[in-house]
Write a protein that binds this ligand. Structure first.
Ligand SMILES: [Zn+2]
Length: 1006
């Protein structure tokens, strides 16, 4: 073991232990868990702490009473005493019992990290004080001593049954040594001496806990605890909990002081000293040195460090991690093939205020319980009631019951999160080195050390080594040139923090400085949809099979999407995972599984001074944009969502830029096409609150690509959703790519003089709606429009490298598969035909509603219209059968039925299959672009809450604080301490309700 000039670095660099910084993070996590323990468990755990420590104390007293050593070799006696005592603390730390003195340090760190409240600190200290005290007294009174006290009891006095209890100390020598030990501790030193000794004592005890925490396996942990603890005993410092045993035992043995004197002279000064030693020198000290003023990951995520291989600092090696291809020439993604037209004035998504695409609503009814009678969650908030629940609107829930069992604490947590792994050879060498190196490292970190290197230079050294192993996208040179560049190509001289969360536990240092996060969400877009669009694009453009779509080049991992209450999510629950970083129930708009509002990353970013924006092709009040900007328990309460979006909520206005459709929820009910149920005119309210407002193409063009935007901006281009891309008239509505660039430029411009960047969510919303219709045309062209937007944003990120682009989906929709067997009796067929879709010029939804509008025409007229216009010109179908046309005529009055049938006609011809008009549960793809993406953070399979947590960490947000404000000062921590497996066990099970579906398919003649 060679110690070089930067011992801190050395600890992490060449030894198998956590760095001091990581150790502080683990201890923060520990403090959070301790703060959430039930009082009963905290008390019992503290009793264990008192009792286990008493074992060590007993050992000391037993050794003490060795007359020969006391007389002839007091130094040896002291050494032995010191070496044996730590057994108590070792047992406490390894079994996770609670000790007031170490809790002093942990809770101080938790409070300083703002993860624990002062009240929680006080409760924890008081409970562990009395728990330790009662544990120690129990141990002393029941196990150790005898009654009545000496000299009346002895090993031979068995007159009275039960008098003896443990009767460990019964020889006169032991008894007198015990009393003397007590007298020396209480009577000899002055009050202030005991106080100062208390400081030193807990400083050492907490260092023992720190070293124990630092170590990764049991033997090293034991060694880490042994030496500092032995030091405190050898020096005779005062530990308030050890004294809970020593001094009552001494009083029992006839010491010359009583209870009152003990409390005044010893307990109070040692307690105060211990608080200063552990809280100030260890807790606050290391907090300041390692986490203060630094960007840190958040610990609400249970698995940030728990059981994870955080591995060494330095991050991935970069080999094979980057999925990016520099040369984009392959793709040459140029879109739009001039297929607009066809439908004229009769088209009309914007004409209707019907809230969602056909079939979309079935996402909830599908899961209805047998009796279908469960009610929505009761909301008990006071001031939030008006936001969360429309008064008198006791809407029955059609979804499955949402009452999830209350959080169930799962026992005392300890700070020692990693189970013992192999106790390999070399441990003793390593632990010795660890001990020495760590002490030296700590000493160096305390400043003015004699190693000639201060902390900041250590950090610089450390960071430059890490950078060396990380590829840099924007450096513009070879990796060898990038040693001193940060992730965005800017020379690094500011430190930053380790971020670990991915299952692969990649280590990443979130950059300091300006950051933009661009979260793009392709709603209802699964892996099959990417293949579908890619195949079509290659076919249509006559390109090689190697051609990549823009998203293909950014693929990094996959996302799991299930909700709390169902294995198949809707956009609300999945969006809440992205916005709040928590799982919730289907329909939940930024509320947790109990219906309590949760702070979103948009709100957290706003709080820190970031600009914020939402762009979508759906109504701006639809679930995905809503989860970032409002809090309601039912996604269809879009009039409430609209109110909150323009600032009518406890946080005030949070969104600087709102762009999309959905005017109808902003206009009073008295006006035509309004969707509101009151007379509020939110457009006027927004304008008087400072919003600039546009609602058409001319207004959009006036924004001049974002350079003429006055934030806040409200842009509502349609009454309801914006058009499907295939139906969109560019003269009326901007494309998603156009809106995205305008928004990026506007937000960027607004922050040009700010240290903070912006957060924006951009949604390709109608990919999902088309999939609900099983409409391959609408689905396809909205995917391609989304790809075009991704391309545009990616190019923008290239010019603004402080930006991170994340793209993912909230869920798959439709159960799309390429390849279709018409019936199970048929032979399988290998292939699908993009060509069958190549001549369609409109979505089936728009065509379906056009057909349904032919009410004043005869069947014969409709047949002609179908033959000559609808099928041939709009759907590109020239081989419709008489049966198919008869069926369309039969369904003519129901727009959605016509839509479904048109979709089916296309799908059969293209050999495409869909399993549902709703969502499916498959994992969706995760794409990312930017240096953070290249650092490997997104690689692998993640739960969707990862995205919300990642953004929270990456931008250094405090969602805890936002959630607290939203809940009137309380923090209903979602499923804290809960057994998360409950969310799986409590899912509905097959109850024969779906047998009808099976019968339908099995019956003859269908
Ligand atoms: Zn959907």
């Amino acid at each position: 073991m060679v110690l070089n000039s930067s011992p801190i670095h050395n600890v992490s660099g060449s030894m198998d232990c956590w760095t001091p910084q990581q150790t502080v993070e683990i201890m923060t996590l520990s403090s959070v868990k301790k703060s959430r323990m039930s009082l009963a468990k905290c008390f019992v755990s503290s009793m264990y702490g008192g009792m286990l420590l008493s074992f060590g104390c007993t050992f000391v007293l037993a050794v003490n009473a060795s007359p020969w050593f006391a007389t002839n070799a007091p130094g040896v006696l002291a050494l032995i005493r010191a070496l044996v005592f730590p057994v108590g603390l070792i047992m406490i730390v390894l079994t996770g019992a609670d000790l007031l003195t170490s809790n002093v340090m942990l809770m101080v760190i938790g409070v300083l990290r703002r993860k624990v409240t002062l009240w929680q600190l006080c409760v924890n200290w008081v409970v562990s004080f009395f728990g330790n005290l009662s544990g120690s007294l129990f141990f002393m009174a029941i196990i150790i001593v005898c009654y009545p006290p000496p000299p009346h009891c002895s090993s031979h006095n068995t007159d009275i049954l039960g008098q003896h209890y443990g009767n460990i100390f019964h020889t006169p020598a032991q008894i007198s040594a015990t009393a003397t030990f007590g007298n020396q501790k209480v009577l000899d030193p002055a009050w202030h001496e005991i106080f100062l000794r208390g400081i030193a004592c807990n400083w050492l005890v907490c260092l023992a806990v720190i070293l124990g925490t630092m170590s990764r396996e049991v033997i090293s942990k034991m060694a880490g605890i042994e030496f500092p603890t032995a030091t405190f005993i050898a020096c005779g410092f005062d530990h308030v909990v050890a004294n809970f045993f020593f001094l009552p035992t001494a009083m029992w043995a006839g010491a010359d002081f009583g209870v009152g004197y003990y409390i005044w002279k010893s307990l109070i000064p040692s307690l105060l000293g211990n608080i200063v030693g552990g809280g100030l020198f260890c807790g606050a000290g290391y907090w300041y040195l390692y986490v203060h003023d630094e960007e840190m990951p958040d610990y609400r995520g249970e698995n940030v460090l728990e059981g994870a291989e955080v591995s060494e600092l330095g991050g991935p090696t970069g080999s094979g991690h980057s999925s990016f291809k520099k040369n984009r020439e392959d793709s040459e993604f140029t879109l739009r093939n001039g297929q607009h037209g066809g439908m004229d004035q009769s088209r009309g998504p914007e004409e209707i205020c019907d809230s969602r695409a056909p079939g979309e609503r079935s996402s909830r009814t599908r899961l209805s319980t047998p009796n279908g009678s469960s009610k929505c969650l009761p909301i008990t908030h006071t001031t939030w009631t008006k936001y969360l629940v429309r008064l008198g609107d006791d809407k029955p829930c059609t979804g499955i019951k949402r009452c999830v069992s209350p959080a169930d604490h799962d026992g005392p947590h300890h700070q020692h999160l990693h189970s013992s792994k192999q106790i390999g050879n070399g441990n003793m060498v390593r632990l010795g080195s660890l001990f020495i190196a760590t002490l030296l490292g700590v000493a160096a970190a305390h400043g003015n050390d004699n190693h000639g290197s201060d902390k900041s230079s250590n950090n610089k050294h450390q960071k430059s080594e890490e950078d060396r192993v990380r590829p840099h996208k924007y450096a513009g040179g070879s990796l060898a040139d990038t040693d001193n560049l940060s992730w965005n190509g800017v020379p690094t001289n500011e430190t930053d923090h380790v971020y670990t969360n991915a299952p692969g536990a990649h280590v990443y240092r979130a950059p300091k400085g300006k950051k933009n996060v661009i979260l793009m969400i392709s709603d209802g877009f699964g892996p099959a949809s990417e293949y579908f669009a890619r195949s079509f694009y290659q076919y249509k453009q006559g390109l090689s099979f190697e051609t990549q779509l823009p998203l293909d080049e950014l693929l990094t991992g996959s996302i799991r999407t299930r909700a709390i209450d169902s294995l198949i999510t809707d956009s609300a629950a999945s969006g809440t995972a992205y916005s709040c970083g928590i799982k919730s129930f289907n329909d939940a708009i930024a509320v947790d599984h109990k219906g309590e509002p949760c702070g979103t990353v948009l709100e957290g970013a706003k709080k820190l001074g970031y600009a914020t924006g939402l762009v979508t092709t759906s109504r701006i009040t639809h679930a995905t944009p809503a989860v970032f900007s409002s809090h309601v328990t039912f996604r269809d309460w879009e009039d409430l969502i609209a109110q909150q979006q323009i600032g009518d909520n406890p946080l005030g206005r949070q969104v600087d830029l709102l762009m999309g459709g959905g005017r109808c929820y902003f206009t009073p009910q008295s006006t035509e096409k309004s969707c509101r149920e009151d007379d509020r005119n939110l457009i006027e309210e927004a304008q008087s609150a400072g919003f600039s407002y546009i609602e058409d193409r001319a207004g959009f063009d006036g924004l001049n690509n974002g350079s003429s935007v006055d934030l806040p901006l409200l842009a509502l281009f349609t009454q309801s959703h914006m058009s499907y891309e295939i139906d969109r008239k560019a003269s009326k509505e901007p494309s998603l790519a156009e809106m995205s660039l305008t928004a990026l430029n506007a937000l960027n411009k607004a922050q040009v003089d700010q240290e903070e960047g912006f957060f924006i969510m951009i949604e390709g919303a109608r990919i999902d709606h088309a999939a609900h219709n099983n409409d391959p045309i609408g689905h396809l062209h909205d995917i391609l429009a989304y790809q075009e937007a991704v391309m545009a944003v990616r190019n923008w990120v290239d010019e603004h490298p402080e930006s991170l682009l994340i793209s993912t989906s909230d869920h798959e929709c439709g159960g799309l598969a390429l390849g279709r067997q018409a019936n199970w009796t048929d032979s399988p067929f290998y292939g699908w035909y993009p060509s069958a879709l190549a001549n369609a010029t409109n979505s089936t939804e728009v065509v379906g509603s056009a057909v349904a509008k032919m009410v004043n025409h005869t069947d014969a007229e409709l047949r002609t219209y179908l033959n000559q216009t609808v099928l041939t010109q709009w759907m590109g179908i020239d081989d419709a059968t008489t049966t198919e046309i008869d069926s369309l005529i039969c369904n003519r009055n129901t727009s959605s039925m016509v839509t479904y049938q048109l979709s089916d006609m296309l799908n059969r011809r293209a050999a495409m299959g869909w399993s549902t008009h709703g969502h499916s549960g498959v994992d969706v793809n995760l794409y990312a672009y930017g240096a953070a993406a290249e650092a490997g953070l997104f690689i692998g399979n993640h739960e969707n809450i990862f995205i919300g947590k990642f953004i929270e960490d990456y931008l250094g947000l405090d969602l805890h604080e936002i959630t607290t404000v939203l809940n009137n000062g309380t923090f209903p921590d979602p499923y804290s301490g809960a057994d998360l497996a409950n969310f799986t066990r409590n899912l509905p099970v097959y109850d024969h309700d779906h047998r009808g579906l099976v019968d339908l398919h099995a019956s003859c003649g269908m």
